[in-house]
Ligand binder design. Structure first.
Ligand SMILES: C[S@@+](CC[C@H](N)C(=O)[O-])C[C@H]1O[C@@H](n2cnc3c(N)ncnc32)[C@H](O)[C@@H]1O
Length: 363
C-alpha cells in the first residue's frame, strides 16, 4: 500500500520495492486468511466448470497476486497491467503482463473479464469515480469487481482515529503526524487521494452496472506491532506474526515519504526528526494502533448467477479473540455509517495540519 504520484516516486519502484510488495502480499494474506477477501465468491466466478476464465489486475506491482492467482486457477488467464515494466522469470504460463497506464482508458479490456481486481492503488487513478465505472465495463456479465484500499492512518480501535504528535499533544503518534504530512504532499501535487477513499466509503451498491444484491464491503484492521493478545494460542501466534509484518512494512513505507514531506512544506530538519521518532515509536510499539484497510466488491448485472441469489454472500463476520481483524458488511447504510463515524474522529489538529501552512512547525 503506498499511494504515490508516478513522477515523484521513481526511486520507489525498484527491486527493493518489488520485494517489499511481495512481503506485504504475505501480510495481506495473513489478514485475509487467504489470497482474496471474498474467496468463496472468487472461486464461484472462476469455477472451471464455466470454461476458460479471465482475470485483470490493475496496478499489479510486483505481480505477486497475479502469479498466485495463476497457480491457484490454472484454467484462468491472469493479466497484470502496470505503468512500470516488469521482468519476472519462472512465471506460470497463464500469467501475462502488459505495460499500460490505467488513466489512458480501459476500452480495450471491456467485457472480457470474470474478475477485475485492484489493490493498494489509491492515488493512482486520476478520477476514481470514473475509473470504477471503467473497471465495471471490463467485466463479463456476472463478473466480479474487487477494489482494496490500504489505509495508512492509524486507528486506536476499529473506528477511532489515533491522535497525532503535536507540541500540544506530545503523547500522540509521530507516524500519524507523518502520514498527515504525506497526504498533504499528495494533495499539493494535485492528486485527490480522498476522492478514492470517498468511493470506498460509498461502496458499490449504487453502481448502475452492478447488481446491488451482490455488493459487500470489508473492514480489515491490522495491528502495527505484536501488541494484541488472544486467549487462543494459535490466534495469539497469528496476531503476533501479523503485527510484526505490518510493523516492518510501516517502517519501510515511511522511508518513502521524504519527497512528499518536502512538497507538503515541512522542513528537512523536521523530516529527520520525524524519521528518528517514527522509527523509535514503531519499533518499540509505543502505541497500540492498527491500520484500516478496506475492500469493496460487487458483480456485474446480466446473468442469473447463483451469486445474485438472496443467500449471497454467505461469508460471516469473524471476530478474532479480542482483536477483530476482518468484518464483512452487506448493508450499505451500515457501511456508510461506519465511514461517517470514522471521519468524525479526525481531530481538529489533523484538519489544521492539512489546511494551515506549516501548522505546528517543530523546527
Ligand atoms: C502500491 S503498488 C500496489 C501493487 C499491487 N497491486 C500490490 O497490491 O502489491 C501500486 C502500483 O500501481 C502502479 N501504478 C501507478 N500509476 C499507474 C498507472 N497510471 N497505471 C498503471 N499502474 C500504475 C505502480 O507502478 C505500482 O506498481
Amino acid at each position: 500500500m503506498h499511494p504515490l504520484p508516478k513522477d515523484d516516486s521513481k526511486a520507489v519502484y525498484d527491486e527493493r520495492e518489488f520485494n517489499r510488495l511481495d512481503l506485504q502480499h504475505e501480510a495481506v494474506k495473513l489478514a485475509f486468511e487467504g489470497l482474496n477477501i471474498c474467496s468463496e465468491q472468487v472461486d464461484r466466478v472462476l469455477d472451471p466448470l464455466g470454461g476458460q476464465k479471465s482475470v485483470l489486475d490493475l496496478g499489479s506491482g510486483s505481480g505477486v497476486w497475479c502469479i498466485e492467482m495463476a497457480e491457484r486457477y490454472p484454467h484462468a488467464t491472469i493479466l497484470g497491467v502496470d505503468i512500470e515494466p516488469q521482468d519476472r522469470s519462472n512465471v506460470p504460463p497463464n500469467y501475462l503482463f502488459e505495460v499500460w497506464d490505467v488513466n489512458s482508458g480501459l476500452e480495450k479490456f471491456y467485457g472480457r473479464y470474470d474478475l477485475v481486481h485492484t489493490r493498494f492503488t489509491t492515488g493512482v487513478f486520476s478520477n476514481p469515480q470514473a475509473a470504477l465505472i471503467e473497471m465495471e465495463r471490463c467485466l463479463k456479465p456476472g463478473g466480479l469487481l474487487i477494489v482494496i484500499s490500504g489505509g495508512l492512518l492509524l486507528s486506536e480501535d476499529r473506528k477511532t482515529m489515533y491522535p497525532m504528535y503535536t507540541r500540544e499533544n506530545p503523547r500522540g503518534s509521530w507516524f500519524q503526524r507523518s502520514a498527515m504530512a504525506m497526504f498533504l504532499g499528495i494533495k499539493k501535487l494535485g492528486i485527490d487521494a480522498q476522492s478514492f477513499e470517498r468511493e470506498i466509503d460509498n461502496g458499490l451498491w449504487n453502481h448502475e452496472l452492478l447488481d446491488p444484491s451482490s455488493c459487500a464491503a470489508a473492514l480489515i484492521t491490522v495491528p502495527i506491532g505484536p501488541w494484541p493478545a488472544s486467549p487462543d494460542a494459535e490466534e495469539a501466534r497469528r496476531l503476533q506474526k501479523l503485527g510484526e509484518y505490518w510493523r516492518d512494512n510501516a517502517l519501510i513505507v515511511h522511508r518513502h515519504w521524504e519527497r512528499l514531506h518536502e512538497v507538503s512544506g515541512r522542513s528537512r530538519a523536521e523530516w529527520k526528526l520525524t524519521v528518528r521518532n517514527v522509527d523509535e515509536e514503531v519499533r518499540q510499539t509505543r502505541h497500540r494502533v492498527a491500520m484500516r484497510m478496506r475492500a469493496i466488491w460487487g458483480q456485474a448485472r446480466g446473468v442469473h448467477s447463483p451469486l445474485s441469489t438472496p443467500s449471497w454472500p454467505p461469508t460471516p463476520s469473524k471476530p478474532h479473540g479480542s482483536f477483530q481483524i476482518v468484518s464483512i458488511h452487506h448493508s450499505e447504510d451500515e457501511w456508510a455509517r461506519m465511514a461517517q463515524e470514522h471521519q468524525a474522529t479526525i481531530t481538529s489538529e489533523m484538519h489544521s495540519f492539512l489546511d494551515v501552512a506549516n501548522f505546528d512547525a517543530l523546527l
